[in-house]
Design a protein around this ligand. Structure first.
Ligand code: GPK
Length: 829
């Protein structure tokens, strides 16, 4: 290339990218005109938002092109993160920050008369996930791009993400989410990479040369998988990876045979069937639904993704499979994508005609599996009959995998049928079931839990024999969160203060937050830190007012519990304690407590009756308390409707207290606990999940730990736990539970909240709410005392921010890379 063409190509590549204020103004206006067909005078906030996204997207696409070219040229090994959920939230402010153009674009907009913070509200959350598991996937692809690792996220392009929650008369109402109704400015359709996916049908057995048995699957239906790419921009870095999401489509827009025979309507309905696959995200968190459509969703995105991976591999290596496991590692985010294991076996054995042993070796060196829960109701099992109907060949393959696995088990424990029954991939119950967890362990080379305690329980309780059979396969990778979204973007004031003290590179090196420790007792720093908290609380108070009409005092302790609604997370323990405070205040108007605002955000699975009842109860109790002038100065309760990622970004910076109160042994890790601590909230929590590691990091003086430990939970259950013993002997608990049965909180409707009392008494209190109540109440008293000492509290809050650097998702990703994925970084030129 001579100098002239080099310059020309440089210009064509990037000189048009807006970098300074004038260029951003020009780019945004240009997109208003030529992308959106409007102008500065007519444009509403939505149009401004889209034009701004389009200007940023110029950087995104430039980075994407360079990244893909570099990865291709270097034939890099990559991780393929298979997940049924990616809870991305909004992308504009993150992408702006990651390209380092946040301030300049904001100023450009200002000169155009537009407030960036206003137009950011136009962006719908990309809520293609339920909760922690989906948000973890989003944090992980952020870190992978930031650390310059070649990676692709693979998932489903749901037309409707998690439902929008409305609260009517205190009850949750579900409304459809439509995140793409007015177009999504980030995603790129890739029709050139469409895949055909087979379903249903039957298997034909054939005999090839030298007696080799050949299986051929004759599918009943074929559906199309259309890929949509969401660029994933690394921080400060040059890497822009992709999240590739598959949308289903009928393979022929019209079934012409039916159409020509006059069946126009029938032809249409065939399309609907295929398109139903990616229509909607299942809203059940930690419950296995057992629905045919859900299994089809899982298979659909796995099959599309494997074809995509293999197409890319073959482009570089042809039919030579010997390097496949050097190039490809696939991480299974829980068992939702476990069907990818028999699918890869099918491709290798039936299509590539490899020997079973060779194929199995490839398979078991490709997959790794993350377990996210020990809850029995969340461990996926599929009826063998259902798999046989949808994926007849896959069921045969699963049986063969199990047959060979049972031989291995017999070698280790000769003649032991009990251990065989326990470990078998097939559960021989009334109805034969396929245990997807067992399939995942057998078919993977690494299995990890998501926090030290959880991984220990996975080894000791969930898969002890697997650990004996495959030493070193089971391991731990403690979860993490991206400090870009969860501090830099969501808490700009604190971010600036932190940068002033420890330098601006903490988003990439979060352990640098430790540099704040030496200021923890310094008066001026405490004042700055707490003034920021106060300002964030004011912003949240304004949000609360506008969403709920409730006025809260920002001098009160902001006590926040935000997470999916589940009995094991024990929002009802929090609620019972609020009722106790209410009662104490009514009995003694001088009851000594610092004013407190309890704030909740939670969605319940639509079919989870008790979870919805708990939401109703929180709202009913809130109504009564918030309108009772006798206690109003000291106690308020807020339920924020439609909790989601963008709402979390507003709540977390404003929290004084972080509620992490699950029954010990039930919360695998938790990640909200990390986000809140990072933003200077002090945790009140049980020794569960990552709380244990947070306590290790921040030290006992800077966290309020209470309640039964895992061992104590087990021995209490072993000895026989009877909640009535507590109810009968603790007058406060008795009074509170009986209160729920009156019409005090549900005027004219006595017993409106009785289901909670019932679950805690007749229901046996499975999550030991009553057993932990007293300890929780005492810990809350300690919180109250600590908060009154302003210097002490400021120190605690600062030390929380300072000491949680461990929980950056960059560290988690580096752990995965070192222990499991074995990737090399790839700098983008
Ligand atoms: C675990 F099994 C599941 C699930 O279906 N959904 C989900 O969000 C969560 N999780 C755990 O409950 C959390 O403790 C954990 O931090 C999170 O996954 C990420 O690992």
């Amino acid at each position: 290339m001579n100098a002239k063409t080099a310059t020309a190509s440089k210009q064509a590549n990037s000189s048009h990218l807006p970098t300074n204020k004038a260029e951003f103004k020009a780019a945004i206006v240009r997109h208003l005109h030529s992308t959106l067909g409007t102008d500065e005078n007519k444009a509403n906030e939505h149009a401004w938002w889209k034009a701004t996204c389009a200007a940023i997207q110029e950087h995104v696409l430039d980075g994407l092109r360079k990244t893909q070219k570099t990865h291709y040229m270097n034939d890099t090994r990559a991780v393929h993160y298979f997940s049924a959920e990616f809870l991305m939230g909004r992308l504009l402010s993150n992408n702006m920050q990651n390209f380092g153009v946040f301030e300049v674009a904001r100023d450009a907009l200002k000169e155009l008369g537009v407030e960036l913070s206003d137009i950011m509200e136009e962006e719908p959350d990309m809520a293609l996930g339920n909760g922690g598991l989906g948000r973890l996937a989003a944090c992980y692809i952020d870190s992978l791009a930031t650390l310059n690792y070649p990676a692709i996220g693979y998932g489903l392009h749901y037309e409707h993400g998690l439902f929008r929650q409305e609260i009517q008369n205190g009850a949750q109402i579900e409304r459809p989410d439509s995140w793409r109704d007015y177009g999504n400015p980030w995603e790129i359709c890739r029709p050139e990479s469409i895949q055909d996916i087979s379903l249903y049908g039957y298997v034909e057995t054939k005999y090839g040369e030298n007696g080799r048995i050949q299986k051929e699957w004759h599918p009943g239906t074929i559906v199309k998988g259309v890929p949509w790419d969401i660029p994933v921009v690394g921080y400060n870095g040059s890497t822009v990876n992709v999240l590739r999401l598959w949308q289903s489509q009928a393979s022929n827009y019209f079934n012409w045979d039916v159409f020509n025979a006059g069946g126009y309507v029938d032809a249409q309905s065939e399309n609907v069937q295929a398109e139903t696959i990616s229509k909607v995200l299942y809203p059940n968190d930690e419950t296995e639904a057992g629905k045919e459509l859900r299994l089809i969703q899982q298979y659909f995105f796995c099959a599309c993704s494997l074809k995509d991976i293999i197409r890319r591999y073959k482009r570089a290596h042809g039919d030579d499979w010997s390097r496949f496991t050097q190039q490809v590692v696939i991480q299974l985010n829980d068992t939702h994508p476990a069907i990818a294991i028999p699918e890869l076996m099918r491709i290798l054995v039936d299509r590539a005609e490899l020997d079973w042993e060779k194929a199995w070796e490839i398979c078991t060196n490709t997959f790794a599996y993350t377990n996210h829960t020990l809850l029995p109701e969340a461990l996926e099992k599929w009826p063998a009959r259902m798999i046989e109907k949808i994926l007849p060949r896959h069921l045969e393959i699963i049986y063969e995998i199990n047959h060979r696995f049972m031989k291995e088990v017999d070698k280790k424990w000769p003649g032991d049928n009990e251990v065989k029954a326990k470990l078998s991939i097939i559960e021989e119950s009334n109805e034969k079931m396929v245990r997807m967890g067992h399939l995942s362990v057998v078919g993977s080379f690494a299995v990890n839990g998501v926090a030290e305690l959880h991984s220990k329980l996975v080894k000791e309780n969930l898969f002890p024999e697997f650990d004996a059979l495959y030493p070193n396969k089971l391991t731990n990778v403690t979860n993490g969160i991206t400090p870009r979204r969860w501090l830099k973007v969501c808490n700009p004031k604190l971010s600036k203060l932190v940068s002033d003290k420890v330098g601006a590179d903490w988003p990439l090196h979060l352990s640098k937050l430790a540099g704040l420790e030496k200021f923890a007792e310094q008066k001026t720093f405490q004042k700055q830190f707490m003034q920021i908290k106060q300002a964030n609380k004011q912003a949240l108070a304004d949000e609360i007012k506008s969403l709920t009409g409730i006025v809260v005092d920002t001098n009160a302790i902001f006590d926040i519990q935000i997470k999916r609604l589940h009995e094991y997370k024990r929002q009802h323990l929090n609620l019972l304690h609020i009722m106790a405070l209410y009662r104490r205040l009514l009995e003694n108007p001088d009851y000594d407590m610092h004013p407190r605002v309890f704030i909740f955000g939670a969605k319940a699975a639509p079919g989870y009756k008790l979870a919805k009842d708990i939401i109703l109860a929180i709202n009913k109790v809130a109504d009564r308390i918030n309108n009772d002038p006798r206690v109003n100065k000291k106690l308020k309760v807020v339920f924020m409707p439609n909790y989601r990622v963008s709402q979390a970004e507003k709540m977390i910076p404003a929290a004084d207290v972080s509620e992490q109160i699950s029954t010990a042994g039930k919360e695998a890790s938790g990640t909200g606990n990390m986000k809140l601590a990072l933003n200077g909230a002090v945790t009140i929590g049980t020794l569960d999940g990552a709380n244990v590691e947070i306590a290790e990091e921040v030290g006992d003086d800077n966290i309020f730990i209470f309640g039964l430990t895992v061992d104590e939970v087990n021995s209490l259950k072993a000895k026989g736990y009877n909640p009535y013993d507590i109810y009968d002997n603790n007058t406060e608990i008795k009074a509170i539970l009986d209160w729920l049965e009156t019409d005090y909180f549900t005027p004219g409707e006595p017993g409106g909240l009785v289901s909670i009392k019932q679950s805690l008494l007749e229901g046996g209190d499975p999550y030991l709410v009553l057993a932990d109540f007293e300890a929780y109440s005492n810990a809350q008293r300690a919180v109250d005392q600590a908060y009154r000492d302003k210097a002490k509290w400021a120190k605690m809050a600062i030390l929380n921010t300072a000491k949680v650097g461990k929980f950056t998702s960059d560290r988690s990703i580096q752990d995965y890379v070192d222990r499991i994925w074995k990737l090399n970084t790839c700098k983008i030129s």
